[in-house]
Design a protein. Structure first.
Length: 104
């Protein structure tokens, strides 16, 4: 899991991307602002329950929220708003596939 600060920055990025205040975002998750605010300020680590609610309500990948992994519905937010996403290392392509693509 990434640092609490990385997660905090991604939470802020999601909320701002959606154009919501902390109060509006917390209410959409069924949380009070007093419960949500410490996640963004770094006073409390994001709970798995809050991460699940974000995923269910807004379709934001828990993998991205907690680890910065890209490739799910949160990819646009990750690339545009959040801390620099981690790039997964790609395996080398088999020679036949590479040759076939080069012929196109």
């Amino acid at each position: 899991m990434d640092t609490d600060d990385d997660i905090r920055l991604r939470l802020i990025a999601v909320r701002e991307h959606l154009g919501k205040t902390q109060t509006e975002f917390a209410e959409a998750l069924g949380l009070g602002k007093n419960v949500y605010n410490p996640f963004e300020t770094g006073k409390r680590p994001l709970t798995m329950e809050a991460a699940r609610r974000i995923r269910k309500r807004f379709g934001i990948s828990i993998d991205w929220l907690l680890f910065g992994d890209v490739g799910q519905p949160s990819e646009i937010i990750a690339r545009n708003m959040g801390p620099q996403p981690k790039q997964q290392q790609r395996l080398p392509e088999p020679r036949k596939a590479a040759a076939k693509r080069a012929k196109r």
